[in-house]
Design a binder for this molecule. Structure first.
Ligand code: CAA
Length: 380
């Protein structure tokens, strides 16, 4: 699809591809197996300007558009999909929210260190009883003079405690108002009263460590309220529209990596006296994988383009995430089928792609929630 891209976008994509080949691919399988948070890779990504790609240059960001971001994230995800979760959470959900809703002081305080990768951003909305029903959260933030006192337990937060964390946290300030009683806060390590709880053991996406967050009388300065009090739910939904472009891109990366691995294998694996790529049964699978991938790519590109043009893109981001995540699962499954028994072993990367694909249909809104968002926004 190069004919749709600007020279600047292609340059960014090529730079990310080179970074992936040199720094990510050689260590990806081992790091993912160990479930080790990729501190060194993120440091190098920060040095190259990849941790703040879409943030304005005045804060140390790259000033790139969302299409460029999508292209770079796809290249990185082809090497290691879990990096895209960390980087998309950091760039779109955390730094993006501070940039969109924060005060000048908050932007000056947090964005330069987020853009350089010195600090790592997270987003904490989900709770045990608030997943798809994001407004069902119980964590409380009570105003006490110049501070808010926060109590509650959050679930499934992408973060590593050894980072200098900056977390966008959602908590109830007016519990009886549900979606209109939720506020957003910027939490950092200087604030006493929060800690990382249980770490999850996951099927895939393991370098992006996922943990519980516990808040016990955590004192947050009122200056760290993000935007207006009680507007947090809307901020979360707006952030997730962008986040869904990131997850669609992660899914595209898994789909593309699956296609490349399956094609290469089919060209080299001989059965019945010829490469299996010469068999129509395999060719049809390759055709379907490529068709689903291209459709998903175009939907994601459209959502990113609409975001860049300042249009509302909730419906289009949901379509992109829905389609791309289902395509990732389809392509990873077909890639294993083409590899036969070898595809089920750790000797080939397709078993990792299969595991990594699965979560893209769940986090940042399940496929069912994406359908709900698409339906509601298509009937307005
Ligand atoms: N942009 C702007 N405003 C929006 C919006 C958007 N995309 N979506 C909703 N709103 C506004 C609505 O207009 C409404 O405002 P008014 O009351 O002023 O009209 C308000 O927000 C409430 O909206 P709804 O009535 O639609 O809210 P709801 O409670 O019915 O929920 C939902 C809607 C779509 C189901 C929502 O709860 C949702 O998206 N759920 C999924 C949550 C999700 O994606 N969670 C994943 C979190 S992060 C994660 O996965 C962890 C990780 O990163 C690894």
């Amino acid at each position: 699809m190069d004919y749709l891209l600007t020279d600047e976008q292609k340059m960014l994509r090529d730079m990310a591809a080179k970074f992936t080949a040199n720094e990510i691919t050689p260590v990806a399988a081992e790091m993912e197996k160990a479930g080790r948070f990729p501190h060194d890779i993120l440091k190098k990504a920060g040095e190259l300007g990849l941790m703040g790609i879409t943030l304005p240059e005045e804060y140390g960001g790259g000033g790139m558009d969302s299409v460029g971001y999508m292209l770079a994230m796809e290249e990185i995800g082809k090497g290691l999909a879990s990096l895209v979760l960390i980087m998309s959470t950091h760039i779109s959900l955390a730094a993006g929210s501070i940039h969109k809703f924060g005060t000048d002081e908050q932007k000056q305080k947090y964005l330069p260190d987020l853009c350089s990768g010195k600090k790592v951003g997270s987003f904490s909305l989900t709770e045990a009883g608030a997943g798809s029903d994001a407004a069902g959260l119980k964590t409380r933030a009570e105003r006490r003079g110049d501070t808010y006192l926060i109590n509650g337990t959050k679930q499934f937060c992408t973060l590593d405690p050894d980072c200098d964390n900056v977390i966008i946290l959602f908590a109830l300030t007016e519990p009886e108002l549900k979606t209109k009683g939720i506020s957003a806060f910027i939490i950092d390590k200087s604030m006493p009263g929060w800690r990382v709880g249980k770490k999850e053991h996951k099927l895939g996406i393991r370098t992006a460590t996922t943990s519980e967050l516990i808040f016990e009388d955590c004192e947050v300065p009122a200056a760290n309220l993000l935007g207006e009090e009680n507007q947090g739910f809307k901020y979360a939904m707006i952030a997730l529209d962008s986040g869904r472009i990131g997850i669609a891109t992660q899914a595209l990366a898994v789909a593309k990596a699956s296609i490349e691995a399956a094609t290469e294998y089919a060209k080299n694996r001989e059965q019945f006296g010829k490469p299996i790529a010469a068999l129509q049964a395999i060719q049809w699978m390759i055709a379907d994988m490529n068709t689903e991938y291209d459709a998903s790519w175009l939907l994601t590109y459209r959502a990113a383009l609409m975001k860049d043009q300042g249009l509302r893109f909730s419906r289009e981001a949901a379509m992109a995430k829905l389609k791309a995540s289902e395509t990732a699962s389809f392509c990873a499954d077909a890639a294993i089928q083409i590899h036969g028994g070898y595809g089920y072993t750790e000797d080939f990367p397709v078993e990792r792609y299969y595991r990594d694909a699965r979560i893209t249909r769940i986090y940042e809104g399940t496929s069912e929630i994406q359908r709900l968002v698409i339906a509601l926004n298509s009937m307005k």
